[in-house]
Ligand binder design. Structure first.
Ligand SMILES: [Fe+2]
Length: 346
């Protein structure tokens, strides 16, 4: 990958090695070969054409390795990150069209804060929006300010997790695949920034009245109930829990771990948050093994200002470690996809 914008593959601390991939794949800008052209505050005019020229290769690296981290790039500002994303030529998946339950703040039309939840709130492993019928194929993260302590973004290869889960808990893995999952959460009447899942029902559904909320939920095939305090309890239709990303390769494409471990706030009790698609309860031991594997397989990305990480959301899961101080990690979603699940008739 070359020329007036020299880059090189880099080995990074705690990078994982698999037979035909590494995790994450890391591309570093080589400042010794060609110093940055612009000051750190400005957009370097070589970045976007470089991304554009290599976009197919970068996306296929993301799919093969699960994640591609860009280090030491002359991308230190939100505008530089936005410019990088535009080089990829992907369709934007705007936060306001998503059914995400996280509170986020847009910085540009396609860049927003990753989650406004307080620093001590841990966010557990998940595939972005796998708990809704609409999800992004790709996610990009960018570090604007690194935390004084903690604040890594753990990443996990979901294909490897599912393979190991199938070996250790074949029945649970097969139940996940054959029965799918459904998720229940209680959305507040107005944004609750103290929760990792505090987005109001109005914003989550993109509506401003109860009638419009109900119409949207009916369209999405959710069941729901209005609570006395103005909150809305909604349950998704059954959704897939496993995705075949290439022939014979399956990922644990869901939000099981996040919902089970982390969907906890003053409105939500994690034990009510998730069931199989037929309404049956999850096997606790199977869930415990999935959680254990996710931690065992975790690569913690320790942010440096200006880092960009591109994930294929169907291959890698992500999470957030608690932190101390100010941390600004921004995100962008691309290429909206839909998924649905048909329960086999018994
Ligand atoms: Fe996320």
């Amino acid at each position: 990958m070359s020329d007036s914008f020299p880059t090189q593959a880099l080995h990074i601390d705690r990078q994982q090695t698999y037979p035909d991939s590494v995790f994450p794949h890391v591309i570093a800008y080589d400042r010794d070969a060609a110093p940055a052209m612009a000051s750190d505050e400005a957009i370097d005019p070589r970045v976007r054409p470089w991304v554009f020229e290599h976009c197919e290769e970068l996306l296929s690296l993301a799919t093969r390795h699960g994640a591609v981290a860009f280090r030491d790039f002359p991308t230190k500002t939100v505008d530089a990150f936005d410019d990088f994303i535009q080089g990829l030529g992907l369709e934007n998946f705007p936060y306001d069209r998503s059914l995400s339950n996280a509170v986020r703040i847009n910085r540009t039309p396609r860049v927003f804060s990753a989650n406004e939840a307080p620093p001590d709130v841990r966010i557990f492993f998940h595939h972005e929006m796998a708990q809704t019928p609409l999800y992004p194929r790709y996610i990009l993260f960018f570090c604007e300010i690194a935390a004084a302590e903690g604040g890594a973004t753990p990443l996990c290869r979901s294909d490897i997790l599912f393979k190991r889960l199938t070996e250790r808990c074949p029945k649970f893995a097969s139940d996940c695949e054959s029965k799918g999952l459904q998720y229940t959460n209680v959305m507040p009447d107005s944004d609750d920034p103290n929760s990792g899942m505090g987005r109001s029902w109005q914003k989550t559904l993109g509506v401003d009245s109860r009638d419009a909320a109900q119409a949207r939920l009916d369209e999405l095939n959710y069941s729901y109930q209005w609570l006395d305090n103005g909150c809305l309890r909604a349950t998704t239709p059954p959704l897939p829990a496993v995705m075949e990303v290439s022939p014979g390769v399956k990922t644990f494409f869901n939000q099981l771990i996040a919902a089970y471990c982390g969907w906890k706030d003053e409105r939500n009790d994690p034990s009510d948050a998730i069931r199989h698609g037929d309404g049956s309860r999850l096997d606790r031991d199977g869930v415990a093994v999935a959680i254990e594997l996710s931690e065992e397989l975790a690569y913690d990305h320790q942010w440096q200002v200006g880092d960009i990480v591109l994930l294929d959301n169907t291959v890698a899961m992500h999470a957030r470690r608690p932190f101390v101080g100010t941390r600004k990690v921004l995100a962008s979603l691309a290429e909206m996809r839909t998924h649905a699940f048909e329960l086999a008739s018994s």
